[in-house]
Every structure is written in structure tokens, then in C-alpha cells.
Design a protein around this ligand. Structure first.
Ligand code: F6P
Length: 533
């Protein structure tokens, strides 16, 4: 293992941060911002032609930032990134390398990991995906009855749904509007049922997206969709032209009956929640075309370079990760809000919930010990301005400290410019109000304490390149936090128990035999359900 397993609480920086936090708690953003004329100058990062990141509205001083930088150093954060990008099997509990950065790396130089040139593998599948997606778009690839596809249905869940769904929504202004994109994830039959009512069987392409090709929800939906299509078109042969698989499990895909030609692979070194850059990005690629999908990859690659090359104070993912640690571990913030002032990003928080919480929601460290400190926070959010009329009350005047990321673009991707000025005025007003507050008012109810910290991520515009950079930025932030918390960010054992127990309950629910051993509450609920069947 080429980066050390460090209990962060044993570092000198952590101990110093604990002491420092006692005085920092009394410092108000109002004072920091009014007294330090050069604060913005010191606490922002401009990446030309992409974004402006402002971290001046955080409850930190130069000392705080220096200590956080020292913490990164003592925990080997930069070494860890090198180990990841160098192809080491840093996902030790699954014995896997973590190489989603290779999927967006344009280099053609050979990069051997465990005896294989991973760049060549990635390039080969990418080229196949590009050719396929473009042929669907321009009508060269037709349906079973010879029609142009107009409906694309992605069947997948978790990482095989959230990333592509979010990106397709985010990049709608860049999409081919004649193609209607649908996403079916839930094993609740209403999800597939509602979708099938909307699509034309003669013009629908089904994409079955599953890394393992064993996930209960996805397989149930894929099988039901196949039955539906065969019934509508009257022959099993239609599936050859209208079903596509995105998976690492070619055996299972074959057994399902999807041709090799229509199967697009990836590898165990691509984690599900980091897979939108791989074949799992197929719906995005069909929606925006290969040229723009390449820009999406290029944006992510630019952020990989930024992350690997910039010093701490200019390194956006490192600063965001460090600030998150500061609030979580030294100021007891239990949640983190992500607030895009961009309706096209309305699925961004949902996507980030998996990326972040499935990665860092862990209480066992890399030595197999229970941690004695807090790890991943609850991540949540909704687009502004909608959120302002819902939960902002609690952020402004509630008893919880909720650090928030505010995300917007200077230029809109729609023609309603007057709307955009209103949107941005709210965007700017909120971070100012949260930081400064309103110390005096006629009644206590109208007082705003302020001192609520926020980051501002202001993109020039939200295009495929920028979205790629935005996602990669959060991926790296999550990675650095996992390193500091000393957890294995790339496994997800915590989702297994529920899956196993559901598999045990299903036959009990469907049958009428003896129930297995359950707690009394579950037994009573099971009996109640069975009484209806
Ligand atoms: O929920 C657990 C999980 O394994 C996720 O990590 C993954 O993204 C999702 O299930 C879907 O898995 P698959 O792509 O194998 O169907």
C-alpha cells in the first residue's frame, strides 16, 4: 500500500484544529468579510473559460486553512491521489484499482495495469459507443420494423441510473430533441408501467445498464420490458435490434439474449457511481452525440489535471474537501446542502447523494477499526430558487449548521435573459444573507444571526465540458475526504444486508408456508401483507 493508513485524530494538525476550533467558533463571517479587504482575493480560484470558485464566505482564517493543508499532508492526500491515478488496487476490500480517470484521459500512450493497457481498453469501447450512438441519432441504426428510433429507455439503478439521468437532464439544451429519453430504475412496477405507456414499441431502444447484470430491480424491469416488446411486435427476434446492454458481465448479458454487437463493456476498475464516463454514459452519448460527449470527457479530464497539479490553495476539490472536514469534524455539521441555481441540474443532488454517501458513509476505517470521529455527512439539496420557498428557513434560522454549495452559470442556456438576472440576483443575495445576516430587527423573529458558510461555484456556462468538470470536481472532493477519514471510499458493503434479507423475504411473501425467523415487528407486517394476497 503506497499511502499510509492514518487515523486523522492522531495527527498534529487534527489536534491543533481542535484547539483552533474553540476560538474560531466565535468568529463571525460579518467581521471577517468587513475587516479583510483582500479576503476574496486570497480565497477564490478562477479557472479561465470555466468557473469562478469563491470560498471567502467560509468560517476560516489563514490559520484554519494552513492547518487543514497540514492535515492533508499528514494524511498523505496527494500520495493517495497518485496511488489511485497510478492504477494501484486502492479499493482493497474488493481488490480493485480505481481508474475512472482513465476513461476521460485522451492520452494514447500505453498504461498497463495488471497486465492490460487500460487506456487502449477504454478507447476501444468508447469508439464503439460513439459509432453506435451516432448511428442511432442519424437513423442509420433502425428498429426491428425498419423505423428510426425516437424513444430511448435506460433501465438501470444506482450508478447505472443516477449519473446518466442527471447528465441527460443537465445537457438538455445540447440534445437532439427528436429523441425522447426515459429512465426506469425502481422495482416499483409503476416506474416501468408509466414509461411503457409513453413509448412506441416500433421506435423504442431499451438499454439495460448494469455493471453486474444481477441487480434485482434492473433484471426485473429488463425482463418485463422484453416481454412487453415481444408481445407488441409479435416475435422474439425484435430484441436483437432493440435491446442493448452496458455491463462488465458478458456471460450474464449473453444468457439474457443480447447480442455481442449490442453489448458495451467496462471493467471492475470502474465503480458504479463513477461510471458515467464509461459505456454507462450511452444514454448521454445518444442524447448529445459523440462530439459533445467527448467535450464532457474533456471537461472531466481538465479537472483531473487541475486536481493533480494545483497547489492546495488553488485546488478546488482539495479546498472543498478540507472545508467539509472542518465543518463536519470541528463544527459538528451533520449535513451538507448542494443548491444548483440551474433547473437543468435538478437531479444533481440526487446523483451526488450516491456518489458521496455510498462512498464515505462508513464507520469502519482502513484498518478494520471503528472510527472515533464523524465521517460522511448527509448530502441533500434542490435547485434554487425552489428551495428558497421550502427549506431555506431552516438554513437561515434553524439550529443546525448547514454548509452549502451554491452552483450557477453566468450565461443561461435559454433565451429568457430577464429570468436569468432574477435567478442570479437570488443566487447572490442568498449567500450574502447567509453570511452577513441581519443582526438588528424590531423583533427577535426577524433577526438573522448569519455566519452560515457557503461556497460559490459560478460557471461561465453549463455546457458538456463544464458538466464534466463539475462532476469530476465532486468525485475528487469525495476521494480526498475519504482519505482524510481513512475509509475505503470505493466499496459499498452497507447496501448488501438489505438486499440479502429482501431475497429471503420474497418467497415468504409470495408463498403460504411457515415464515422464517424474524423480529416480531417484521413477522406481524409480513402476516399483514400476506392476509391481502
Ligand atoms: O446499490 C448498490 C449498487 O451496487 C450500487 O453501487 C450500484 O451503482 C447499483 O447497485 C447498481 O448496480 P449494477 O450496475 O450492478 O446493476
Amino acid at each position: 500500500m503506497s499511502f499510509p493508513s492514518v487515523n486523522p485524530t492522531t495527527t498534529a494538525a487534527w489536534k491543533a484544529l481542535e484547539v483552533h476550533a474553540k476560538t474560531a467558533k466565535d468568529v463571525h463571517l460579518r467581521d471577517l468579510l468587513s475587516k479583510e479587504a483582500d479576503r476574496f482575493e486570497r480565497m477564490h480560484v478562477r479557472v479561465e473559460d470555466l468557473l469562478l470558485f469563491d470560498y471567502a464566505k467560509h468560517r476560516v482564517s489563514e490559520e484554519t486553512l494552513n492547518l487543514l493543508e497540514q492535515l492533508f499532508h499528514e494524511c498523505g492526500a496527494v500520495q493517495a491521489l497518485q496511488a489511485q491515478m497510478g492504477g494501484e488496487a486502492i479499493n482493497q476490500t474488493e481488490g480493485r484499482a480505481v481508474l475512472h480517470s482513465v476513461l476521460r484521459d485522451p492520452s494514447t500512450e500505453s498504461f498497463e495495469v495488471q497486465g492490460e493497457d487500460v487506456r487502449a481498453l477504454a478507447r476501444g469501447e468508447r469508439e464503439r459507443m460513439f459509432a453506435f450512438a451516432d448511428a442511432i441519432r442519424d437513423g442509420r441504426k433502425k428498429s426491428f420494423t425498419g423505423k428510426k428510433f425516437t424513444h430511448i429507455v435506460n433501465i438501470g439503478i444506482g450508478g447505472s441510473d443516477l449519473g446518466p439521468r442527471m447528465a441527460v437532464e443537465a445537457l438538455k439544451p445540447f440534445s437532439d430533441r427528436s429523441l425522447q429519453m426515459h429512465f426506469v430504475a425502481n422495482v416499483d412496477g409503476s416506474d416501468l408501467h408509466e414509461c411503457l405507456m409513453k413509448v412506441d414499441p416500433e421506435r423504442t431502444l431499451f438499454i439495460v445498464a448494469s455493471k453486474t447484470f444481477t441487480t434485482q430491480e434492473t433484471m426485473a424491469n429488463a425482463e418485463a420490458a422484453r416481454t412487453w416488446l415481444i408481445q407488441k411486435l409479435g416475435t422474439t427476434a425484435c430484441t436483437q435490434k432493440q435491446f442493448v446492454a452496458l455491463s462488465t458481465n458478458s456471460e450474464k448479458v449473453k444468457a439474457f439474449g443480447i447480442s455481442e454487437k449490442n453489448t458495451f463493456g467496462f471493467w471492475d476498475w470502474v465503480g458504479g457511481r463513477y461510471s458515467v464516463w464509461s459505456a454507462i454514459g450511452m444514454p448521454v452519448c445518444i442524447s448529445i452525440g459523440s462530439i459533445q460527449f467527448q467535450q464532457f470527457l474533456d471537461g472531466a479530464h481538465a479537472m483531473d489535471r487541475h486536481t493533480a497539479e494545483q497547489p492546495f490553495r488553488q485546488n478546488i476539490p482539495q479546498i472543498m474537501a478540507a472545508l467539509g472536514i472542518w465543518y463536519r469534524n470541528f463544527m459538528s455539521a451533520a449535513s451538507h446542502a448542494v443548491l444548483p441555481y440551474d433547473q437543468y441540474l435538478h437531479r444533481f443532488a440526487a446523483y451526488l447523494q450516491q456518489a458521496d454517501m455510498e462512498s464515505n458513509g462508513k464507520y469502519v476505517d482502513r484498518n478494520g477499526e471503528r472510527v472515533t470521529y464523524a465521517t460522511g455527512p448527509v448530502v441533500w439539496g434542490e435547485p434554487g430558487t425552489n428551495g428558497q420557498h421550502a427549506f431555506y428557513q431552516l438554513i437561515h434560522q434553524g439550529t443546525e449548521l448547514i454548509p452549502a454549495d451554491f452552483i450557477a452559470s453566468v450565461l443561461p442556456e435559454h433565451p429568457l435573459h430577464a429570468h436569468h438576472a432574477k435567478l442570479l440576483s437570488n443566487f447572490l443575495a442568498q449567500t450574502e444573507a447567509l453570511a452577513i445576516g441581519r443582526p438588528k430587527a424590531a423583533t427577535a423573529y426577524k433577526v438573522f444571526e448569519g455566519n452560515r458558510p457557503t461556497s460559490t461555484l459560478l460557471f461561465d456556462r453549463m455546457n458538456p465540458f463544464a458538466l464534466g468538470a463539475l462532476i469530476a470536481l465532486y468525485e475528487h472532493k469525495i476521494f480526498f475526504q475519504g482519505v482524510i477519514w481513512n475509509v475505503y471510499s470505493y466499496d459499498q458493503w452497507g447496501v448488501e444486508l438489505g438486499k440479502e434479507m429482501a431475497n429471503a423475504i420474497l418467497p415468504e411473501l409470495e408463498g403460504d408456508g411457515e415464515l422464517g425467523a424474524h423480529d416480531p415487528s417484521t413477522t406481524a407486517l409480513l402476516k399483514h401483507v400476506r392476509s391481502f394476497l
